[in-house]
Design a binder for this molecule. Sequence first.
Ligand SMILES: CSC[C@@H](O)[C@@H](O)C(=O)COP(=O)(O)O
Ligand SMILES: [Zn+2]
Length: 209
Amino acid sequence: MNTDPRQSLIHASRQFHQLGWMAGTAGNLSAKMPDNSFWITASSKQKGKLVLEDFVRMSLTGEILENPSPNNKPSAETSIHQAIYSLFPDANACYHVHSVEAKLVSNFIAHEQLPLPPIEMLKGLGIWQENPKVYMPVFENYLEVPRIAEDIIQRFKTMTPDVPALLIRNHGVTVWATSPEAAENHIELVEYIFRYIVAARQAGLNFQH
Ligand SMILES: CSC[C@@H](O)[C@@H](O)C(=O)COP(=O)(O)O
Ligand SMILES: [Zn+2]
């Protein structure tokens, strides 16, 4: 990460908005600067129309370091981005979107792990086994977002997720990666996988591990 990532975040946000994954003000994106601070979308901005002023630069411990517009507040879900950066030091970008499919698949299981289909796309998420049996962690959704962040920290202290992604039930997906471009790729891959899971269920296919 050598430069201001905001243009990459604006580009990704517009793409995701057009795909229906960041409808209205839904979702939030962040990416780190070389000094380990991170730019994150300001809360309640329309995600199809972001401009450079619609971001806040934060420290990893949650202080506002730079705010181009006095009315900006950091994303309501900043604590989740902080949790990801503290757990995964190689993560330089963290993207969170709200697709219909992410919400649907989070309801296909009652427990904490969603089985993923053994499809080729998993390679893009770092899974190179034949017929892999891998899962995506699912967290409960709470109105109080720091409670979700705390659950993420507690669970990932004792287990490493199979893929760099997590679902929040009835809410959306969060991915992390070494760069904004890689995070955009991860979002596209997990959303493809969610669409596949929904379609497989409609077709009566069962790939439970
Ligand atoms: C459309 S409301 C969605 C919010 O509650 C939240 O889940 C979200 O993703 C966006 O919150 P924000 O504070 O704008 O980053
Ligand atoms: Zn959200």
